[in-house]
Design a protein around this ligand. Structure first.
Ligand SMILES: C[S@@+](CC[C@H](N)C(=O)[O-])C[C@H]1O[C@@H](n2cnc3c(N)ncnc32)[C@H](O)[C@@H]1O
Length: 193
């Protein structure tokens, strides 16, 4: 499976949808927690609808993804940003694709990239997602899905174990929603440095 090819085609299909013109539900929920202004890094931003929304609200936004049109950042590599350079790190269904070691490293790099009191806001597919039972297990919570990509599914309990202990959790539940997937009890996480 050529991952760049897979995601290029997937993002092209997203671009044809009506929902792509609007910010995600989670994006509108998290702005309630944001400082009035600041620098925001979006990881795995896809077509960039949430970054455009945050930018329209006055935040100084860098949108990143493996695939254009965003700035190219492969999350399998260390984050290419200085320590304490963002007030907010945001990702909408974008941090699923890594084995346990890289997932833990990535959360730690996100922590370092945040300024003091900075926020990490992210939405995940849950281990209760029907896709899990259709997939082949690679390691705990990490599966080869029917479409041929490796994907980690999360739970409230797994996140409490994987996040740097220094993070203060402001919101962690399974009440997340997204327009395109229906009601799959997505995991919402908002935590603060
Ligand atoms: C389910 S889509 C979510 C996109 C967007 N956040 C949204 O909600 O519409 C997952 C995104 O992760 C990106 N992605 C996959 N692997 C990645 C990697 N190694 N580094 C950076 N982005 C990656 C894909 O290109 C895709 O845009």
């Amino acid at each position: 499976m050529d991952l760049k090819d897979y995601w290029t085609k997937k993002l092209a299909s997203y671009s044809t949808q009506e929902w792509i013109k609007h910010p995600n539900i989670f994006a509108k929920e998290v702005v309630e927690y944001f400082p009035k202004q600041g620098k925001l890094l979006e990881l795995a931003s896809g077509v960039g609808q949430d970054s455009r929304y945050f930018s329209s609200l006055g935040y100084d936004v860098i949108a990143t993804d493996l695939i254009p049109p965003s700035q190219l950042v492969d999350l399998n590599q260390p984050l290419p940003f200085p320590d304490e350079s963002f007030d907010i790190v945001y990702s909408h269904l974008g941090l699923h694709y890594f084995p346990i070691k890289r997932t833990v490293q990535l959360f730690s790099e996100i922590y370092k990239t945040l300024r003091p009191n900075g926020l990490f806001c992210t939405l995940f597919n849950s281990l209760t997602d029907p896709e899990v039972s259709l997939s082949t297990r690679i390691e705990d919570d990490f599966y080869l899905t029917p479409v041929g990509i490796n994907k980690r599914f999360f739970s409230v309990d797994s996140l409490e174990l994987l996040l740097p202990k220094e993070f203060k959790i402001l919101l962690l539940d399974n009440n997340g929603k997204t327009i395109k997937d229906g009601d799959n009890k997505l995991i919402r996480l908002i935590c603060q440095k």
